[in-house]
Design a binder for this molecule. Structure first.
Ligand SMILES: CC(C)(COP(=O)(O)OP(=O)(O)OC[C@H]1O[C@@H](n2cnc3c(N)ncnc32)[C@H](O)[C@@H]1OP(=O)(O)O)[C@@H](O)C(=O)NCCC(=O)NCCS
Length: 211
């Protein structure tokens, strides 16, 4: 298995692997994968390999089958939490020891998208903050904000257990490298995010816990 990258990030160990034709994995994972079409099965199994690689790097069991929760999140062995993202031919897994935080990972191509997704992703405040930028710079920040919010969704879903719209959370300033996220107080959650450029991708992570 070739690793595309392996990084120690603020919210855990991230490992990415190529999505190849390997139809291999522990029997429990193959049972799940066979419910999917071939392309989705390959990305699912590659995501599991990435998670196991990250788990092994941290001293965990690098042969364990990784489950799938009722809402789609990966279920790691007791003592660990993790998250998965795929983008084209890459699958990435983020793993960390369970210290009360749940985590989320998202991988997005940095190039601006042909279709402008700003209205779907940005709140009015976020849109105002980037309005004066040239179109290329603005669209890049829209994709960065999208990656952050998808990572946030994966981290908060175990606590909220419901669909959360993109306008329910906001970056204080999408231009700010520090990426400070504002979430409704009523959620009772503490949520932190990071986002870094890695080659052609944005690599966004989030973690959440009850206050
Ligand atoms: C679930 C969602 C975030 C997945 O993102 P995506 O860009 O489509 O796909 P990715 O490859 O990045 O992620 C897929 C992985 O997400 C994980 N995932 C799916 N549902 C999940 C959930 N409810 N909670 C946590 N992780 C979940 C799975 O690990 C899945 O991969 P796997 O099935 O192979 O294990 C996205 O489809 C979605 O529904 N988003 C809408 C809500 C949202 O993002 N709101 C933002 C405001 S907080």
């Amino acid at each position: 298995m070739t690793r595309a990258f392996a990084l120690d990030l603020a919210h855990g160990r991230a490992v990415a692997v190529a999505i190849d034709d390997a139809d291999v994995g522990p029997p429990d994972e193959l049972v799940v994968a066979r419910q999917f079409g071939p392309a989705r099965a390959r990305e699912f199994l590659a995501g599991r390999r990435a998670l196991r690689a990250a788990l092994a790097d941290l001293g965990g069991d690098g042969a364990v089958a990784i489950g799938r929760g009722p809402r789609g999140a990966p279920v790691l062995p007791a003592g660990w939490v993790g998250s998965v993202s795929h983008k084209r031919d890459l699958a990435a897994g983020l793993v960390t020891a369970d210290r009360g935080w749940t985590v989320g990972l998202d991988l997005e191509a940095r190039a601006p998208r042909p279709i402008d997704i700003a209205r779907r992703v940005l709140t009015a405040g976020e849109a105002a903050a980037v309005a004066a930028l040239d179109d290329d710079a603005r669209r890049r920040l829209v994709v960065r904000t999208f990656a952050i919010k998808e990572a946030v969704y994966k981290a908060i879903d175990p606590h909220l257990g419901r669909y959360v719209g993109f306008h329910e959370v906001a970056l204080r300033d999408p231009r700010d490298e520090a990426a400070i996220l504002e979430v409704p107080d009523a959620w009772g959650l503490e949520v932190e995010v990071t986002c870094q450029a890695h080659g052609d991708h944005w690599l966004a992570t989030a973690r959440a816990r009850r206050r």
